[in-house]
Design a protein around this ligand. Structure first.
Ligand code: G4P
Ligand code: NA
Ligand code: NA
Length: 194
């Protein structure tokens, strides 16, 4: 997605060989026009998948998930990292291991928001090691719903997330694929049209 790649080049900052900072439009401030285009692009790519529901994880997945759900006219639910006061029993939960923090955390979704009849599209802001997506997949499987695919705003192809998810057979659509962040520079993956 050219607009997104342009924004990454113009407004992103390479913090290290492994980390891209995009706080000015995705992870802290949110660019509503860009987010709308992201939603339109995900909607095009998953138009034929019969999506009834989008599942994401708080907090940075919510904005692109919302604009996608508007386009697909699907419902939207986000997994919580901390249980809210009103979330009590009847939860689907999964462990998500963070390589950065070197610790596991639990994510949860109330059972009432995922039905076996749902066809669920997973949306997230980053794909790195794939652990968040695996946690969401675990929760969807517990509910008996089916998985339409995985939409990622920014994928780091030099980390193993895509490979792990592809081995499980899921359709993955990433709007920007980054091959390298070495030498303080963003290099996009260009084997095929993105
Ligand atoms: P890991 O797999 O690479 O170890 O990452 P981990 O799951 O620990 O993810 C930590 C957070 O960092 C996640 O957001 C993830 O989306 C994000 N992340 C991973 N790589 C990058 C990157 O290169 N740039 C940016 N900006 N973020 C990255 P989170 O903690 O769930 O936060 P949020 O959703 O509330 O923003
Ligand atoms: Na994030
Ligand atoms: Na995220």
């Amino acid at each position: 997605m050219k607009t997104l790649k342009d924004e990454i080049l113009q407004r992103g900052a390479v913090l290290s060989d492994g980390v891209l900072k995009v706080d000015s439009f995705l992870n802290h401030a949110i660019d509503p026009n860009l987010m709308t285009k992201i939603g339109e692009t995900f909607a095009e790519r998953f138009q034929e998948e019969g999506v009834t529901k989008i599942l994401t994880i708080e907090s940075s997945g919510i904005a692109p998930a919302l604009t996608t759900s508007l386009q697909l006219q699907s419902e939207l639910v986000f997994a919580r990292k901390r249980k809210s006061l009103t979330m009590r029993d009847d939860l689907y939960s999964a462990e998500v291991y963070s390589f950065t923090k070197q610790q596991a955390s639990e994510i949860s979704v109330s059972k009432e928001f995922l039905q076996p009849t749902d066809r669920v599209l997973i949306i997230d802001d980053f794909l790195a090691n794939g652990q968040a997506a695996l946690g969401l997949i675990d929760i969807i499987k517990q509910s008996g719903a089916s998985i339409a695919g995985i939409g990622i705003v920014i994928e780091k192809t030099f980390q193993p997330g895509r490979e792990i998810l592809e081995q499980e057979g899921y359709k993955i659509e990433s709007l920007a694929r980054i091959a390298s962040l070495s030498d303080g520079k963003v290099t996009f993956y260009t084997e095929k049209e993105q």
